[in-house]
Design a protein around this ligand. Structure first.
Ligand code: NFS
Length: 666
C-alpha cells in the first residue's frame, strides 16, 4: 500500500490536504513524525517496575537477555499482552456496568427519560438467565435481569452467566483449560496482579489467564452491553442511513455525538426534534438541527434510528476541519485528545459528557441518567448557540454514501424464515453447498499508520469477490459504509456468483453491519446459532469463519481478538505484532491456542497475505467439515432461500423491531 497516501478515502484525503495548506496538523501527520519505538512495538520493553524500563534487544534476546529481576523476553511479552487484554476488557465492561446500572435505574423508576423498548428481548434475556418472566410486571423482570448482570461484575467464584450461552462443546473446551471467567472485575484485577513485578512468569500460564479475561469481555462486558442496549433502545433491524463528511448540513445546526455509550445519544435522538428545540435553532438563524454520529456511538444510533455517521476513528479531527460541526459531544473511548486543541482553530464546541473523561479545550456538560433530557436539551442548545459563530472557512465536503445497517442476530434469523420459521438453516445450507465460502468478521479500528480505511476496503472487496459473507462492526463498518459498500447493489456488482445469489434472494448487502464494537458479541451469538442449526461444526471452533481487524490500534481490539480466539475463531490482525519479539509467545498465541481452542491470534501487516491466510483457514475448515470443495460458480444442492415476497406472505410479522427496511430519520 502506498505510504504517501494518508487515507484511502478521497474525502478524507481532501481535508488532510486542506489542513496542510492551512498549517493544521492531524493524526496522519503525527503518525509520520512519531515513529513507533521498535522495542516497545514488538513487546520487548518491560516497565512494570522502576528497576527498568528493561529493553530486550539483540539477536539472541529471547535466549540470553534478562531484565534486572531476571525476567525473560517471553515473560515480558506475555505480560504486556495480558495487560492490553485487561485494559480492553475494562473499557468494554465498564461501559456494560453503566448499562446494567441504567437498566436497574429504569426498572426502579429512577430514570424517567428511559423505558424498556424491546420487551421481547428482555424476556429472551431473562429466559437465558433463568429468570421467571411470564405474568410478571415488566419492571420486575428488568430489575432481576439488571441485578443478575451487576452480579457478573463482582462475582468471586463460579461462572459469569453468559458463558452457558455458548455451544456445549465450546464450554467444555473452556472448562478443560480452566478459562471460564468467574467475575468480570475479578479477572481484570487478577490480570493486573499476575503481571505485577514478581508474580506470574510463565508465558503460557499468563496468556491462559489472558484468555479468561478476554472471555469476560466477550461473553460478559460486550454481550451485556449489546443486550441491555437492545432492551432499552430496541433490537436493530435493517435501516437506511448515510455516511461520510457529506452528512453535515450547511444551513442547519450540526451536532455530532462521538464516543461509545448509547444512553445520552439515544436521549439526544429523542429530544432533537422537539418543537422547542427546532424553534431554538431557528432563532439562531439555522433551518433546523442535523444530528450525526462518529465512531461507535454513531453505530449505536445508526443501527436503531438511521442517524447518519461521519465515519470512524480517523475521521474525528477531519470532521472538525470541515468547519461545519457546531458541537461535538464525546463520552468515553477512542476520543483523540487532539480534538480539544483543534476545535479552538474552528468554532466547534467539544463537549465532554462523562464523569470519567475530561479534556483540555472542551466544555463539560455532565450526563446524569436521572435528568437525561435536561442534559440533552442543554447540549442541543449549546450547539444552536454556537451556530452563528460558524465561519465560512473549513474544507467542505459534499460526498456521502447510502448504506443499509441494522443486522442483529435476531433479524438475521428472521430474514431466513420469517417470524415463525426464523432460523439459520438457509445460511448453513448456503455454506454447505459452497454458495457461500465462509464468513468473516471484519472489525476493529481504522489507523493512520496505514492508508487509513484502505485495508478494510481492500479486504472487503476481495472477500466478497471470493464469495465470503462479511459481518462487520465498529470502524470496520464505518470504513465500508463511507466507501459505499453496504448496499445490496454492492453484492450485484462485486460479489462472487454464489454470494450474489444469496444476497439477491434475501435483498441484503454482502457486508452486514452488526453495530458498534461491543456488538462483536452478536458475531458470537450468530456463530452459536449456526452451530445449533447443524450441518456445520457443532461448536464455534471449526466453522469456516475468521475474524479480521486489519487496522487495529486499541487495546479493546486486542481483547476482542482474544475472545474470538478462545471461542474457536482464527483471528488475523494487521500491523506489526505487539509480541513479535518473542517467538515463544507468538507460538503460544497461534499454534498452542489453535490446538486447544481451534482459534488463534496472528499479526500480519501485508494485506495480501492477510487475505490468503483467511481464505486458507476457511478452506481448511470446509475440508475438515467434509463440505463440498469451494469452486466459484459451482454449487451443490440446497434449500431455497425465502425471498422478500415469500416472507411478506407470512402472516403476523409484526414482531417488534423486525420488518422490512425502515426509512432513515437522519
Ligand atoms: Ni472498536 Fe477501535 Fe474505537 Fe469503536 Fe472505532 S477505533 S476497537 S471500532 S470507535 S472501539
Amino acid at each position: 500500500m502506498d505510504k504517501t497516501i494518508k487515507s484511502a478515502s478521497t474525502s478524507a484525503e481532501e481535508i488532510i490536504e486542506w489542513g496542510k495548506q492551512h498549517d493544521i496538523e492531524t493524526c496522519f501527520d503525527r503518525a509520520l513524525k512519531m515513529k513507533p519505538c521498535p522495542i516497545g512495538e514488538s513487546g520487548a520493553c518491560c516497565k512494570v517496575c522502576h528497576m527498568g524500563p528493561c529493553r530486550f534487544t539483540g539477536k539472541n534476546a529471547e535466549e540470553e537477555a534478562r531484565g534486572v529481576c531476571g525476567a525473560t523476553l517471553g515473560t515480558v511479552a506475555a505480560r504486556n499482552m495480558v495487560r492490553m487484554i485487561a485494559a480492553g476488557t475494562a473499557a468494554h465492561s465498564d461501559h456494560a456496568r453503566d448499562m446494567a446500572l441504567t437498566l436497574l435505574a429504569v426498572a426502579n423508576g429512577e430514570a424517567k427519560d428511559f423505558k424498556i423498548t424491546d420487551v421481547k428481548k428482555l424476556y429472551r434475556v431473562a429466559g437465558i438467565l433463568g429468570i421467571e418472566f411470564e405474568g410478571r410486571p415488566v419492571n420486575d423482570v428488568a430489575r432481576d435481569v439488571a441485578t443478575t448482570f451487576v452480579e457478573d461484575f463482582g462475582r468471586q467464584k463460579g461462572e459469569i452467566n453468559y458463558t452457558k450461552r455458548a455451544p456445549q462443546k465450546t464450554q467444555e473446551r473452556w472448562r478443560k483449560w480452566n478459562i471460564v471467567p468467574r467475575g468480570i472485575d475479578r479477572e481484570v484485577v487478577e490480570a493486573m496482579h499476575r503481571t505485577n513485578i514478581g508474580v506470574d512468569h510463565e508465558p503460557d500460564h499468563l496468556l491462559t489467564h489472558g484468555l479468561r479475561v478476554a472471555l469476560a469481555d466477550g461473553w460478559g462486558g460486550c454481550m451485556i452491553s449489546t443486550d441491555i442496549s437492545d432492551i432499552l433502545f430496541g433490537t436493530p433491524s435493517p435501516i437506511k442511513a448515510e455516511a461520510s463528511f457529506g452528512i453535515f448540513k450547511e444551513d442547519e445546526v450540526n451536532l455530532i455525538v462521538h464516543g461509545h455509550e448509547p444512553t445520552l445519544a439515544e436521549v439526544i435522538v429523542d429530544t432533537v426534534n422537539e418543537p422547542e428545540m427546532i424553534e431554538y435553532a431557528k432563532s439562531k438563524g439555522a433551518k433546523g438541527i442535523n444530528l450525526g454520529g462518529m465512531c461507535c456511538t454513531a453505530n449505536e444510533i445508526l443501527m436503531r434510528h438511521g442517524i447518519p455517521t461521519a465515519g470512524g476513528f480517523t475521521n474525528q479531527e477531519l470532521g472538525i476541519m470541515t468547519g461545519l460541526i457546531d458541537a461535538m459531544t464525546v463520552d468515553v473511548q477512542c476520543i483523540m485528545p487532539a480534538i480539544g486543541e483543534l476545535s479552538k482553530k474552528f468554532h466547534t464546541k467539544v463537549i465532554t459528557t462523562s464523569e470519567k473523561a475530561k479534556m483540555q479545550g472542551a466544555v463539560h456538560i455532565e450526563y446524569d441518567e436521572h435528568r437525561a433530557k435536561e442534559v440533552a436539551r442543554e447540549i442541543i442548545k449549546t450547539a444552536c448557540d454556537n451556530f452563528p459563530n460558524r465561519k465560512a472557512e473549513g474544507s467542505h465536503i459534499t460526498l456521502k454514501s447510502t448504506l443499509i445497517g441494522g443486522f442483529s442476530e435476531e433479524y438475521i434469523a428472521y430474514m431466513q424464515g420469517g417470524k415463525w420459521r426464523a432460523s439459520f438453516r438457509p445460511l448453513n445450507d448456503a455454506i454447505m453447498a459452497g454458495r457461500i465460502r465462509g464468513v468473516v468478521g471484519l472489525a476493529g479500528c481504522d489507523n493512520p499508520r496505514v492508508a487509513s480505511t484502505g485495508i478494510h476496503k481492500y479486504l472487503a472487496t476481495e472477500l466478497i469477490k471470493n464469495d465470503v459473507l462479511i459481518v462487520s462492526t465498529g470502524c470496520g463498518s464505518a470504513a465500508c459504509a463511507t466507501a459505499g459498500y453496504m448496499t445490496p447493489e454492492m453484492a450485484l456488482e462485486n460479489a462472487g456468483p454464489g454470494l450474489r445469489e444469496v444476497c439477491e434472494a434475501i435483498g441484503i448487502p454482502p457486508i452486514l453491519h452488526l453495530g458498534a464494537c461491543v456488538d462483536n458479541s452478536r458475531i458470537l451469538t450468530i456463530a452459536t446459532a449456526m452451530a445449533a442449526e447443524g450441518g456445520l461444526s457443532d461448536e464455534i471452533a471449526g466453522m469456516p469463519a475468521v475474524g479480521i481487524a486489519p487496522e487495529w490500534m486499541s487495546e479493546k481490539a486486542i481483547a476482542i481478538g482474544c475472545y474470538f480466539a478462545a471461542s474457536g475463531v482464527p483471528v488475523i490482525f494487521g500491523g506489526e505484532s505487539p509480541v513479535g519479539a518473542s517467538k515463544e509467545v507468538t507460538k503460544i498465541m497461534t499454534e498452542v491456542w489453535f490446538e486447544r481452542f481451534m482459534g488463534a491470534l496472528h499479526f500480519e501487516p501485508d494485506p495480501e497475505k492477510m487475505l490468503q491466510m483467511c481464505l486458507d483457514y476457511i478452506d481448511k475448515a470446509r475440508e475438515n467439515l467434509k463440505l463440498r470443495k469451494y469452486e466459484p460458480g459451482k454449487f451443490g444442492a440446497e434449500r431455497v432461500l425465502m425471498d422478500m415476497a415469500a416472507r411478506r406472505e407470512i402472516k403476523n410479522t409484526a414482531h417488534a423491531g423486525v420488518g422490512g427496511i425502515n426509512e432513515s430519520q437522519g
